[in-house]
Design a protein around this ligand. Sequence first.
Ligand SMILES: Cc1cc2nc3c(=O)[nH]c(=O)nc-3n(C[C@H](O)[C@H](O)[C@H](O)COP(=O)(O)O)c2cc1C
Ligand code: SF4
Length: 432
Amino acid sequence: MSEIILLRNREIENLRNYDVYVEHGGFEALKKTLQMDPEDVITEVKDSNLRGRGGAGFPTGVKWNFMPREDVTKYVAVNADESEPGTFKDREIMEENPYQLLEGSLICAYAVGAELVYIYIRGEYWEIAEILDESIERMRAEGLLGQDILGSGFSCDMHVHIGAGAYICGEETALLNSLEGKRGQPRIKPPFPAQSGLYSKPTVVNNVETLANVPWIMEHGADAFKAIGTEGGAGTKIFSVSGCVNKPGNYELPLGITFRELFEIAGGITDGNQVKGILPAGASAAILPATDEILDMPLDYESLKPYGTGLGSASVIVLDETVDMAWAASKMVQFFAHESCGQCTPCREGTYWLERLYERIDHGDLDPEDVERMDSVAAQMQGKCICALGEFAVNPVMATIKHFREDYDAAVAAAQGSGDIPVMPETTPAGD
Ligand SMILES: Cc1cc2nc3c(=O)[nH]c(=O)nc-3n(C[C@H](O)[C@H](O)[C@H](O)COP(=O)(O)O)c2cc1C
Ligand code: SF4
């Protein structure tokens, strides 16, 4: 059996209870850390090769190391926005193992010298926000938050902030703007949050899953963490698997697992069908055709790059042979058109026009030039936007046209009366 670092709630009943968490070693990592020099904590996390679990896979210790050492106000912002379609891993951590996230966030604050931690949680997770609030209150009562934590001289507090349900507020600088009470729109980078973040102060922004790994790393050491996974991705990863599989859900597995193994663990493909396409990271990373090479590829933060895609938050959506990929792309295009913050013209106008073009499939009047137009609109958006959402919106269009052109040709043929108009399902594929 592989090591479980994050979803320990699957093995330990009622782990969200403070006493149960402490009984099972909770806050021992914090106690150990508070005895250490903060520089050594940063070095340990850097050496562990932990990479961000929020999407970009940036090395966590390197990010912490960017923080200035001067004695100025600094913050930690926990990204609990979790809005990527098909991503539901942070939710389980916060619902069932909240203290591990809070402990990891506090260790991060100690390492970088932050006096406040803000947890920015998506609006729909208000019940989970209550769990976090109660857990924070208990930590205050236990002397784990506030002034002079456990007599260490380190003082820090935490607050939960509920967002209003906008996907774009998961982008780290939009998140910071939203926290400040401004419109949730991304900032131009640089400056990066470590230089000028929340209220223009140095800020670390990390994903929930990233920070929940930290207590384990501090307790067991960087080498033990690196011993799990691959060179391109140390540790375990929670794969949120949905779509055409028999047992959708969260699976914590060592990085380096293959799609084929993952699908088997997730109960196999529905109705014994063949996989047709794989979205490795929700709607945002380019879809992959399910070739043997892809199915047997060890999954980490490097292995999918040569295929023009990435592991992202590992929200794997499985699309089988029954799925029309032009339809799947139209759903993703609608999503991005809805979620574009409208700040930059290529993204605002590009997503709008892509949505109009894809509507033609639904209306049965797609002509052959429309497919080239889709490709061309997407190409004109590439590299011209302030944030990555503009790039994400391009992916479903270009990747499905590249790998599944026949589905577009079928829509064109249907519009010309030489084929059936593809039936667009009202709902997403089974299990989603
Ligand atoms: C449009 C968009 C949405 C994002 N949504 C999330 C999100 O919901 N949760 C998250 O942790 N990161 C999200 N990110 C990535 C964050 O900008 C940032 O890279 C991440 O929080 C850094 O944490 P990490 O290094 O621990 O992964 C999003 C990025 C973009 C461009
Ligand atoms: S790329 Fe899109 S979502 Fe990002 S800042 Fe520009 S308009 Fe907003």
